[in-house]
Design a protein. Structure first.
Length: 171
């Protein structure tokens, strides 16, 4: 699933369409909402129900994003964001009940209880046999929030889109 952002009155091909998968859109729009008052005019920025901004407001948001890309604000946000994600605790694996060995019907069907572990996982877990496709045999996995990366390139592309879109709607 993704967010298709359609330009209302595009001045170029760049302003006609912007797409971000749901994993990238959420941190992008959260950044916009938390830093720019104009973005708060979009009531449903995290859904694809057609909400958006007019041409004037889109242009303003573009200028703000370009300014903060140029002055390092976006880069610093990425550093802080990535650090925050890195500090989140790992979560117990739901597929193996945090044992590192998946023994349910699916696990047995795919030979996970008797699968040999990769050497680096075996060193980490202290065993050589028994795996889980949910946690790679470790018993824990990264926090769910780590699935939502923040990319400077996505911000740059969105700013370019906003500059030429003439307003937009999110679908």
């Amino acid at each position: 699933m993704g967010m298709d952002v359609i330009g209302n009155n595009p001045a170029s091909e760049t302003g006609s369409y912007f797409r971000a998968n749901v994993w990238c859109w959420k941190p992008l729009w959260a950044y916009c909402e938390s830093n720019y008052q104009v973005a708060k005019k979009v009531t449903h920025g995290f859904s694809n129900d057609g909400d958006g901004l007019n041409g004037f407001d889109s242009s303003e948001l573009s200028e703000l994003l370009f300014r903060d890309l140029a002055n390092g604000t976006v880069a610093q946000y990425k550093i802080d964001y990535d650090l925050q994600l890195a500090e989140l605790p790992r979560q117990n694996c739901e597929w193996c009940n945090a044992t590192g060995i998946r023994t349910d019907e699916v696990g047995i069907e795919h030979g996970m209880p008797t699968r040999k572990l990769e050497p680096e996982i075996a060193i980490l877990t202290g065993r050589e046999i028994g795996s889980c496709n949910g946690c790679n045999g470790v018993g824990t996995s990264p926090h769910w929030a780590t699935n939502y990366p923040f990319y400077i390139e996505v911000v740059e592309n969105f700013a370019r889109f906003l500059k030429d879109c003439g307003g937009f709607r999110i679908h």
